[in-house]
Ligand binder design. Structure first.
Ligand SMILES: Cc1cc2nc3c(=O)[nH]c(=O)nc-3n(C[C@H](O)[C@H](O)[C@H](O)COP(=O)(O)OP(=O)(O)OC[C@H]3O[C@@H](n4cnc5c(N)ncnc54)[C@H](O)[C@@H]3O)c2cc1C
Length: 434
């Protein structure tokens, strides 16, 4: 096999990229890229709260309704149904892969609750659920001979034929250390590059997540959807430091933490969907003339705070706040991206051979606003479905390897500025807004 030709090119090494790779048969060779210097630098590692699961048929309607209500009823109902129905099998698969979730004394799953959920249906591993899931998938993928990893490898464009009979043949990859470009060909390409937070001043996302695949899709005429559906998380630790904002998980509010204004009084129902709580906090900040509000975690109690939220508790201590003794300052920040590259139930984009999954894709599950802890689940399920579709079409080889002209990529900085401009324009478009 050519060294620059693979069955599958997977761009992104978060839960979506890894889950797709792991669900390919061992005779399909996959190259998985990350533009970061390390494979653990993905938002998937940051997920704190947990991952949803349908606990039983009796919860289906409530889970379905909660997801739709959070999404302002703009969700694709088929996609929501698919996600909920697939959740027990996906969780069973994770457990089989070695992922551990909190359990009670009898060994049964323990469930927690977050904003927008009418019932506890979220599985968790302390407050590092994303790390638990992603590190286990990464370790497993590392043992597979058909999965090749490459870090410091940034997709800067796809190799494709545009237009109505558009077709993707792979991608142009830049070595972030040497700056060299390489054409990589593949029968199928999966875009799994995560969110757009790196383009925002205040975001919980890794700074290198800048919506690259979205810009590339737009430039190549691949259909996108709802690019201005950007979720702001109501509670991140208030700080004036550079870098990403530290998330104070919604589960903390689910377990009893309350929001307080300058006068020390509660001003909203903390368990409403994220966009509503964010609106309430912003209104309170305006009334108070402050740039943050306070979150009192004392009602959560010492045992739960230290056992369920050890990372959050430790972070607050590092920042000089003992959450067991005093409220902490919090502020809303960009957190999640509901829009993205439009995909169908199999993760197919509008371009032949090109797939997308995870936060960079839009399959309609989240509608206008994501329900807490639905994203890891949705990313995993669609990545797996994309892998199944690729497997079904195994052997459908590309008939040509077009050689792209690299001149337009010579000025890397200008290219990145152009991509950032494209995404900013799209995410701020008025016509999509309320
Ligand atoms: C602080 C925080 C807490 C969260 N908590 C939860 C939670 O409790 N429950 C939940 O369900 N969801 C949660 N989320 C959301 C969830 O973590 C993400 O939506 C999900 O992990 C996205 O996975 P992904 O695989 O699509 O992207 P990511 O995990 O972000 O991975 C993206 C990958 O793409 C790579 N990449 C990007 N651009 C390029 C490029 N041009 N070339 C090559 N590689 C590239 C990156 O390096 C990275 O490897 C949270 C998110 C954050 C930030």
């Amino acid at each position: 096999m050519d060294k620059n030709y693979y069955d599958v090119l997977i761009v992104g090494c978060g839960v979506a990229g890894l889950c797709c790779a792991l669900n390919l048969p061992e005779d399909m060779q996959a190259l998985i890229l990350t533009k970061a210097a390390a494979f653990d630098e993905s938002d998937s590692f940051l997920a704190q709260g947990g991952i949803c699961m349908l606990r039983g048929e009796e919860d289906f309607n409530a889970y379905f309704e909660d997801t739709l209500r959070a999404g302002h009823y703009e969700n694709d109902e088929t996609a929501v149904r698919l996600m909920i129905e697939s959740s027990p099998a996906m969780i069973a698969e994770l457990v089989q892969d070695g992922v551990e979730f909190a359990r009670d004394d009898k060994g049964n799953f323990r469930f927690t609750r977050e904003g927008g959920h009418s019932k506890p249906r979220i599985l968790f591993h302390d407050d590092v659920t994303g790390k638990e899931i992603t590190s286990k998938l990464l370790a497993l993928a590392r043992t597979k001979r058909n999965i090749i990893f490459r870090e410091n490898a940034e997709l800067i464009d796809i190799i494709c034929r545009k237009g109505r009979d558009g077709e993707c043949f792979g991608g142009i990859v830049r070595d972030t250390v040497s700056g060299e470009l390489e054409d990589i060909y593949a029968d199928f390409t999966l875009l799994a590059t995560g969110g757009v937070g790196g383009l925002y001043e205040h975001s919980t996302n890794f700074r290198h997540l800048t919506g690259d695949a979205l810009a590339i899709a737009l430039e190549n005429g691949v259909e996108v959807e709802h690019l201005n559906y950007v979720q702001i998380h109501p509670t991140t630790f208030y700080s004036k430091k550079d870098g990403r904002r530290f998330l104070i998980s919604e589960s903390v509010r689910g377990e009893g933490a309350v929001l307080l204004g300058k006068d020390g009084k509660r001003f909203c129902n903390e368990l409403l969907p994220r966009d509503i709580v964010t609106g309430e906090i912003r209104a309170q900040m305006k009334r108070d003339g402050t740039d943050h509000v306070m979150l009192d975690m004392r009602p959560v109690g010492e045992k739960t705070l230290k056992e369920h939220f050890p990372t959050i508790y430790a972070h607050c201590l590092e920042e000089g706040y003992d959450a067991l003794k005093e409220p902490i300052p919090v502020v809303p920040a960009q957190h999640y991206f509901m829009g993205g590259i439009k995909v169908d139930t199999e993760g197919r984009t509008s371009m032949r051979r090109l797939f997308a999954a995870g936060e960079t894709a839009c399959n309609g599950v989240h509608g206008k606003n994501r329900l807490a802890s639905n994203s890891l689940l949705e990313s995993l399920i669609w990545a797996k479905r994309a892998a199944s579709e690729m497997t079904r079409r195994q052997g459908e080889h590309i008939a040509q390897k077009p050689v792209p002209d690299h001149t337009k990529y010579r000025d890397y900085r200008a290219l990145k500025e152009q991509y950032a401009r494209i995404i900013r324009e799209e995410t701020e478009r008025e016509e999509y807004c309320d």
